[in-house]
Design a protein around this ligand. Sequence first.
Ligand SMILES: Nc1ncnc2c1ncn2[C@@H]1O[C@H](COP(=O)(O)OP(=O)(O)O)[C@@H](O)[C@H]1O
Ligand SMILES: [Mg+2]
Length: 357
Amino acid sequence: MKKILIVDDQQIIQELIKAVLVKNMPGYQILLAFSGQEAIKIAKEQLPETILLDIIMPEMDGYEVCRTLKNDKLTKHIPILLVSALGQNSEDRILGLNAGADAFLSKPFDNIELLLQVKVMLRIKDAEDLLRKRNETLEIFIKKLKKLNSELTLVEERERRRIAEYLHDGIGQILALTHMKLSSIKDMPQSPKLQKIVSESSDLINDAIIKSRLLTYDLSPPILYELGLIPAIRWKLGQIESKYGIDTVFKNGKDILGIKNDIRILLYRIISELLTNIVKHANAKYIEIEIKKDKKYIYITVLDNGQGFDYKPDYELNGQGGFGLFSINERLDSLSGRLVIESETKKGTKAIVIIPA
Ligand SMILES: Nc1ncnc2c1ncn2[C@@H]1O[C@H](COP(=O)(O)OP(=O)(O)O)[C@@H](O)[C@H]1O
Ligand SMILES: [Mg+2]
């Protein structure tokens, strides 16, 4: 049963309030306390929905009770209605509100006003309880989503590697062997027609070898694993130059060797996403990547001279917008890093990835 606590050192007042509440609020159990100490004890044990609290009491006054309850994690959410003859004075009201009280009622009070005030307190309690519950659920969801996001990144990376290895070791080997075998019969005496077919097949196989190698690199560049981030970025920029005709420049102040494997992969994926965005959205003629490092941070700047855009943080987008930048932010968040975007329409975009060194 839901409870309401009345705190007053005068029994007659307690009974007056109790009578009003019992008559008009049958669903509630009424608890009584005669002193501040008793009030705190009952509040902690019974967790009432609201507390009607007298100010002037011997030993511990209402302000102190209020402060104590509002400073306690267990009881701070219980709305407190101060009921006192002092309530007519605005200084006393301020004192009460500063102590954390939610409302004031002056003695002597009108029964209807008392009842309405109590109902307001209960409404506040209900609304706050609901909000707290939703917040808790939301926080659990956010935590799970963050975990899922990093899990996804890892799974994607594993799958990419698996397919890349299969392409390279499985299909790649078979193609290479076939190519060798075809080459070996090329020079054997045979009809010109057959020679033509063998030569054409050999070219096709060669083409397939090049394509599967490109796909392997696209999926999971071996350079990244074997030589590191910087050669992998250079390779990626080279790809963009030849595929899209965009000029690229790579400025590498200090090398950032010595970063861990997973972080290297993560950074590579982030840079790839930024580059994909430029290719997809920017209509740029020029891309520049710069890596700098100071004592505390590594800064990776990816800049383009394209059309720019109006960058807004995700919470302002109301669920619109893609997952690319969102996912970059999330991944960086897990590294205590962040993404800064400076972009202006027609002036291009500068994205700076910052992570602790
Ligand atoms: N370099 C850029 N130049 C111009 N617009 C960009 C650039 N990067 C991102 N954008 C804009 O920001 C939006 C969100 O990007 P993103 O989160 O990666 O999602 P998506 O690429 O799937 O659309 C893009 O749709 C695009 O309008
Ligand atoms: Mg994108």
